[in-house]
Design a protein around this ligand. Sequence first.
Ligand code: NAP
Length: 284
Amino acid sequence: MSAEVIYGKELAADLRENMKKEVFELSKKGITPSLTVVLIGHDPASESYVKGKQKASEEVGVDSNLIKLPDTTTEQELLELITDLNEDGKIHGILVQLPLPNHINEQAVIEAIDPKKDVDGFHPVNIGRMMTGKDTFYPCTPYGIVTMLRSKNITIEGKHVVIVGRSNIVGKPVGQLLLNENATVTYCHSKTKNIKQFTQAADILIVAVGRAHFITGDDMKEGAVVVDVGVNRLDNGKLTGDVDFESALEKASYITPVPRGVGPMTITMLLHNTIKSAKQFNNL
Ligand code: NAP
């Protein structure tokens, strides 16, 4: 078997084309969705993510403002800035790029953002809404993954989903979203014994570990749907996923590549959430 590759990049381009039209319609009502990104310090990966978010925002007509702060910024200064952004009626989405410098309490910052502007979907209020199956801002990477599965009409209900990785931004929420869709979900993590016994039982295998080629074709069952969230840079400078693509391609029925897989979907769902927020603020 050779799997069908799900290119997030192509799906993201289609979705952004529709968003462009939606933003144009909103502009006729005098509404411009507006996202403010706060970036602290000079982490190259964060700078690159932020650049990608700005470019994508411009592409669909979302107003994107970047506030760059030095890594000497105190937690108090950041919290005060967030209060100002929360109160600014022109801003619909606030995103503080993570990770933050060690002297700033990440959770305090996440909780300071108005849940109505939390387009990253990390605020406990929005996580709670997601947990209880309510409509809310879903975290962008998990929401992007579910959207990719839906785009191929892949059945989720009744399927056994195995997730390797339980981070708050990927593993845990993607499991919750798929549980909401009536999947049976198993989480694996660094303390799981004999991971292979779980991954080989997966109908849908989602890998978000951050280790190049952690999962190979041998770790999955014939016909599994494989979603590779990992982004790892090899010594030769190339990006690669957590899944060994070549061996998995032979075994899976569907597989997402790295790059051009989950990554472009993450940014697209951020735009989706920002547009959703703009509509909610305008009672649309
Ligand atoms: P993270 O916070 O570092 O979490 C990694 C998870 O993997 C943890 O739950 C950890 O278990 C587990 N793990 C680590 N070593 C393991 C092992 N040997 N066996 C089993 N589980 C193991 O990472 P993350 O933020 O979720 O990101 C994961 C990957 O996805 C990274 O490569 C990141 O760059 C990528 N990512 C991509 C996107 C995108 O848009 N494409 C978005 C976010 C992240 P413990 O909990 O037990 O420590």
